[in-house]
Ligand binder design. Structure first.
Ligand SMILES: NC(=O)c1ccc[n+]([C@@H]2O[C@H](COP(=O)([O-])OP(=O)(O)OC[C@H]3O[C@@H](n4cnc5c(N)ncnc54)[C@H](OP(=O)(O)O)[C@@H]3O)[C@@H](O)[C@H]2O)c1
Length: 262
């Protein structure tokens, strides 16, 4: 029955929030959401509601970090002594959230947009380990797999690698697709064949060592592969990847410092 399902409030209902709403998630929880217009909607009932005295088991922070820092006090009215806060925001430290919302029951998670397909690799951090119980584990599994971390900076690493990662990977793959199709207008390469190429390479390569061996086995000296690889290495592709991730990681760390100094 809908009334026995725990209530969850999403503060912010943008890109990430929408990707968290899977059928399984909707089946097990009553989800309410609030956006910048301050209307509260029931995601299950698909209509505006007036949820007086609703006791939220979990409140998800799904607004951008700067919005939270400006508006946090307005969110306190939704919290009671049972509510656990689940922050999905990049950068904003657990201690900052505890102080601004006046509660110790705060968990930081870093899911990604792949939650839509139950494929988020969600990184989780809390100081108060008692709130990371079975119910919370079950809730997180609605999005994909769970990875518990023991150090808050690991959330910043996860923000760069797993949170922003899907965008970096999409850009890289699409660059390959566009370049391949541009080689010759007459080649009429199909997107699906190029996407399958990526999937096929991953089929038999499970780790970095596999990929290294795979690369060495096909790049014969003075051949066509070697010519392309030589160019990629001359452009320092490893450094490009490192700098991409490092910029995202530093930005996540900056966001936490911005609050401390404001
Ligand atoms: N996108 C990702 O892949 C990703 C991954 C991991 C973590 N995150 C984190 O998730 C958070 C949200 O990111 P996003 O990409 O989903 O952003 P987004 O698409 O811009 O969504 C932000 C949401 O916040 C709402 N909002 C703005 N001001 C508000 C207020 N005062 N009260 C209530 N709601 C308000 C907006 O309402 P309107 O719809 O009315 O504008 C919008 O629904 C960020 O903190 C980000 O660091 C994002």
């Amino acid at each position: 029955m809908a009334t026995h399902k725990p209530y969850i409030l999403f503060i912010g209902y943008g890109h990430l929030a929408k990707s968290l709403i899977t059928n399984n998630f909707k089946k097990n929880y009553n989800i309410h959401a609030i956006n910048s217009k301050k209307n509260i909607i029931s995601i299950n009932l698909k209509k505006k509601i007036n949820p007086k005295n609703t006791s939220y088991e979990y409140i998800f922070l799904l607004v951008r970090p700067n919005v939270f820092l400006k508006e946090s006090k307005k969110f306190i009215k939704f919290i009671n002594n049972k509510t656990k806060i689940v922050s999905c925001m990049a950068g904003i430290k657990l201690s900052t959230i505890c102080n601004l919302l006046d509660t110790k029951k705060v968990i930081r998670i870093m899911p990604n947009i792949m939650a839509k397909y139950n494929k988020s690799q969600t990184f989780i951090f809390a100081k108060n380990k008692n709130i990371l119980n079975k119910n919370f584990n079950k809730l997180m599994k609605s999005f994909g797999t769970n990875h518990f971390t023991s150090n808050e900076d690991q959330i910043n690493i996860a923000t760069a690698v797993f949170g922003s990662g899907p965008a970096f990977i999409a850009l890289m793959i699409n660059s390959y697709l566009l370049a391949a199709k541009n080689l010759s207008k007459r080649s009429q390469l199909k997107d699906i064949d190029l996407i399958n190429l990526f999937q096929n390479v991953l089929l038999n390569n499970q780790n970095s060592k596999d990929l290294e061996n795979f690369l060495n086995s096909i790049a014969s000296k003075k051949g066509t592969t070697q010519a392309g690889i030589k160019f990629l290495k001359s452009q320092n592709i490893k450094k490009i990847m490192y700098t991409t991730l490092d910029r995202a990681y530093k930005r996540a760390r900056e966001l936490s410092i911005e609050k401390e100094s404001s």
